[in-house]
Each structure stands twice: as structure tokens, then as C-alpha cells.
Write a new protein. Structure first.
Length: 315
């Protein structure tokens, strides 16, 4: 009987030792910070600044309590809120914050947990957004000074967050937009303005086109007038040169010049298939037909009928 009782007692003692040993140790991870509390009083802060290494630690079993906090960067997504700017414009602002716990003792004393910390940070951020953006215009918030305004808001929130043992790593506005009803009105106004600008541009273009066309027409008229004047001048100079050359040629050989002019007259007068001439065969026009020298035959001794005869030449 004694042996089973001893074995049972030994097993109970071993189990108690294991339970006691299990309750006496705890682990702090690489990305964790820990507070060791003894009846609510902080006995130790572990892995806060990096001097305490993560690993296995001991505590007083059933007396000490260990609270773990995340050492990584935490997220806080803020709900969309409508803010009024300095130029009386309503804007819908969507923002987020990134933070980390730098003082777990102060964090435990002021916020106690992540949920309450997020609530307090959201309140700080919304208040700072309203105060800063209320002093700025819409263009400054959307375009010109957005980065400076965000740095100002982050600095303001960071000063309040330090009282919670928190450091703001980043704070940004992800979206800044007009409310839906305002967006429709702005879109219509922008469409009207763009149409008006387009009409102005078209009108200016038509005016410029008309000016260019009128100038081109005027230039064409001037050029044609100058060209016609130049052509008439050249034509007159050509005719003068022609007459001068013909006069010189006539002075050098009058007989050849007369023959040449007669050949030109034949070519011009007898051209075409329907040429009709009613003229005397003995006319001076045909003198080269009967005599290559162009001498006019004597008309003496001819009968009156022959002298008055006329000829008809047709081609």
C-alpha cells in the first residue's frame, strides 16, 4: 500500500513542479515589449529600448503578471469626415496614421490597450485636421501646400501622442474631395467654362483665319497686278525690239523682207480647209506666184475683160 501512495505523491509533486516552473517563465518576442506587474505595480519593463534582449524571462508565479505590447509600426485608418476650409468650401477628407509604442509604461498608464489608444489618436488627428484645414484654402489643401499642412498636422498630433507613450511615424491624407452634391455643381460649372473658352478660341481662330485669308487675297491681287504690269512692259519691250529688228532687216535687204512678209501673209491667209478669197489673180498679193522676184507683170495690151477679170481661190 505504501508503494502506490508514494508513487501517487511523487507524480503530484512532479506535476506541481512542472506547473510552478511553467508559471515562472515567459517569453518576450523580437517584436514585443513587456511590462511585469506585481499586484498592479510595475516591477520591470523589458525590450523597450533594445538594451533588454528578447528571450526567456522569469517571474514570480501567480503573483507577477506580464503584459505584452507590439513593438512594430501600427496602423490607424480614420473614417471619412467633412471639413470646412477657410474659403467656405466643404471637403471630404480621408486620412491614415502610422504609429508605434515607444514607452510601454506610459502607454499602459494612459491608454492601457490598442483599442483605446486608437480611439484617442483618432480624436487627436480629427481635431488637428479641423483646426489646420480650417485656416487653409481649398487650393492650398489640394495642390500648393498639402505637404506642409500634413507635416504641421503630424507635428501637432505627435505632441499629444507622446503623452500616451506613442510616436507618430507617418500621417497622410489619402483623399481630399468635394462632397457628391458639390462635385456635380462644380462639374457643370467647369463644363460651362470649358465650352465658353472653346467658343472664344474658335471665334479668335475664325477672326485670325479671315485676316490671313484677306491678306492672302490682297497679296494675290497685288502679285497678279505686278505680274501683268511686268508682262505688259516685257511685251512692249519685245514688240519694240521686234520692230527694231524688222526695221534693221528691211534696211539691209528690202526685197527679201518683202518676200518674207508675203510668205507670212500666205501662211496666215490660206490657212484652214474653208478659206475663201475673192481677189484678182493679178493682184499684188499673188505677185510671187507668177514671178519669184515678185515683179508685177505689165498690164498693157490686155483686154478690158481681162483687165477687169477677177479670180476666186479656194482651199
Amino acid at each position: 500500500m505504501n508503494n502506490p501512495a508514494l508513487r501517487t505523491g511523487a507524480l503530484i509533486a512532479a506535476a506541481a513542479v512542472v506547473i510552478l516552473l511553467y508559471a515562472s517563465v515567459f517569453t518576450v518576442g523580437q517584436m514585443q515589449q513587456a511590462l511585469v506587474l506585481q499586484f498592479g505595480r510595475v516591477r520591470a519593463v523589458l525590450n523597450q529600448t533594445g538594451t533588454d534582449r528578447p528571450g526567456l524571462y522569469f517571474k514570480v508565479p501567480f503573483i507577477d503578471n506580464v503584459v505584452l505590447f507590439d513593438k512594430r509600426v501600427l496602423d490607424l485608418d480614420l473614417p471619412v469626415q467633412t471639413l470646412l476650409t477657410a474659403d467656405r468650401q466643404n471637403l471630404e477628407v480621408d486620412a491614415f496614421a502610422r504609429y508605434r509604442i515607444i514607452d510601454p509604461l506610459k502607454f499602459y498608464q494612459s491608454a492601457n490597450n490598442i483599442l483605446r489608444a486608437n480611439t484617442l489618436l483618432a480624436s487627436f488627428t480629427n481635431s488637428s485636421l479641423r483646426n489646420v484645414l480650417a485656416r487653409s484654402t481649398r487650393d492650398a489643401i489640394v495642390r500648393t501646400q498639402r505637404s506642409d499642412l500634413m507635416n504641421q498636422i503630424q507635428g501637432d498630433v505627435n505632441r499629444q501622442a507622446k503623452e500616451l507613450g506613442i510616436e507618430i511615424v507617418d500621417l497622410r491624407m489619402t483623399r481630399v474631395d468635394l462632397p457628391a452634391q458639390n462635385s456635380t455643381a462644380v462639374y457643370r460649372r467647369m463644363t460651362t467654362e470649358r465650352n465658353r473658352e472653346a467658343a472664344d478660341i474658335r471665334a479668335n481662330g475664325d477672326q485670325i483665319a479671315a485676316t490671313i485669308k484677306a491678306k492672302a487675297d490682297r497679296d494675290v491681287t497685288v502679285l497678279l497686278s505686278e505680274a501683268n504690269q511686268t508682262a505688259e512692259t516685257l511685251r512692249g519691250q519685245g514688240d519694240a525690239d521686234k520692230n527694231r529688228i524688222l526695221a534693221v532687216a528691211y534696211g539691209k535687204d528690202a526685197d527679201f523682207f518683202s518676200f518674207y512678209r508675203s510668205m507670212q501673209a500666205y501662211e496666215t491667209g490660206l490657212k484652214g480647209s474653208d478659206t475663201r478669197l475673192v481677189i484678182s489673180p493679178s493682184s499684188d498679193f499673188f505677185r510671187y506666184f507668177s514671178d519669184p522676184q515678185g515683179r508685177t507683170p505689165a498690164t498693157t495690151g490686155r483686154t478690158g475683160a481681162d483687165a477687169g477679170a477677177t479670180g476666186s481661190v479656194g482651199r
